[in-house]
Design a protein. Structure first.
Length: 347
């Protein structure tokens, strides 16, 4: 079976797993399992749990271990009848002590990598951030993470990424600053390091297709080297996942063509427009997580859009905006696929 590092480097759809709640804001285990089964059956190459889309507040509600455990157990059971590579990524954050503790929990539950968020560590310089990352990588291999500042991330320099590439346990990087200059900084650092074994994953939900079909070329020692984004680890891919798998395959195929098909670029523009409504871009992403929930609720996978924080709700007009893009860009949705399998996922 393909090794997990090769699996990552081959490029996968990795949804950022949401959190299904009851109206009383307790864990809805039935719906949570259904979501995991949906991602497996849709053809995702893995899932990321305990990340922003799962809600960082799970830590305050003593849900970190239970949610990670439920996802890992469900995924393993769902894959068992037809074994294939499937990567389990655990979101890890906080101080070095907290991040190490979370990485240890994830490792003991069978997770493969730690998606390390550096949000909140604004007082650390590049060297301190690398030391922090190294300490976590000694517990679980790293999925580096450039989180956009609008949702709690911080600016990270090219020098930081270049130094991070010196860590042998760095397996992959999620590039999600929602900024073209910062995105190229990360890719350039990986190319300059010579680390062909580090997988690059777009997390730029606003620019998915362009990221997947645009090579980055860098001159290193007089020789031009090139890298593509291998796949995506995205909140946007927590919805319409079956179509995301098809889209990634189409994007990979387009890399061998002389030019990118206009139909693929048009789909990229449609996906950006849809993401704007789902992520609530007009309101600085305030309704990002409830927006993802709304799409899943409309498909029957979730019962409602509830978040652990009662103040985290859909923005005014957001539900209408999501309904509008669902109708306008029906080719992006996998409603028929969900309808066909929903009863089994909920059983």
């Amino acid at each position: 079976m393909l090794g997990l590092r090769a699996h990552l480097r081959d490029g996968q759809v990795i949804p950022a797993h949401p959190l299904a709640l009851t109206p009383r804001r307790t864990l809805d285990e039935r719906r949570q399992r259904a979501l995991t089964r949906y991602y497996v059956d849709a053809g995702a190459g893995g899932i990321a749990v305990g990340v922003h889309t799962t809600q960082f507040a799970i830590r305050e509600h003593a849900l970190y271990r239970p949610v990670l455990e439920l996802a890992a157990e469900t995924a393993r059971t769902a894959i068992a009848p037809s074994p294939r590579p499937f990567v389990l990524v655990a979101g890890v954050c906080g101080t070095t002590r907290q991040a190490i503790r979370e990485a240890a929990i994830a490792r003991n539950l069978g997770y493969d990598l730690a998606l390390l968020s550096l949000a909140g560590l604004h007082d650390m310089d590049d060297r301190a951030l690398v030391r922090h990352s190294r300490a976590v990588s000694e517990v679980l291999p790293l999925f580096g993470f450039y989180l956009q500042p609008a949702v709690g991330g911080r600016a990270l320099s090219h020098n930081f990424w270049r130094e991070l590439c010196e860590l042998p346990s760095l397996w992959a990087i999620k590039v999600a600053p929602f900024n073209r200059y910062a995105t190229y900084d990360v890719v350039r650092a990986v190319i300059e390091s010579g680390r062909d074994d580090v997988a690059l994953y777009t997390g730029n939900d606003d620019n998915i297709v362009a990221d997947l079909v645009t090579p980055v070329r860098v001159s290193v020692g007089g020789a031009v080297r090139e890298r593509w984004m291998d796949g995506g680890l995205l909140g946007q891919w927590a919805v319409w996942t079956r179509r995301a798998v098809e889209l990634l395959a189409t994007a990979k195929a387009a890399r061998t063509e002389a030019s990118v098909p206009s139909s693929l670029l048009a789909m990229g523009a449609a996906l950006t427009r849809a993401n704007g409504a789902i992520f609530d871009a007009d309101n600085a992403f305030a309704g990002c997580i409830p927006g993802i929930h709304e799409v899943l609720r409309a498909q029957g996978l979730m019962r409602g859009v509830w978040c652990l924080n009662p103040r985290e709700v859909l923005s005014s007009g957001q539900r209408h905006a999501i309904a509008r893009v669902r109708a306008l860009y029906s080719e992006l949705s996998d409603d028929d696929f969900v309808r066909e399998h929903l009863d089994r996922w909920l059983s």
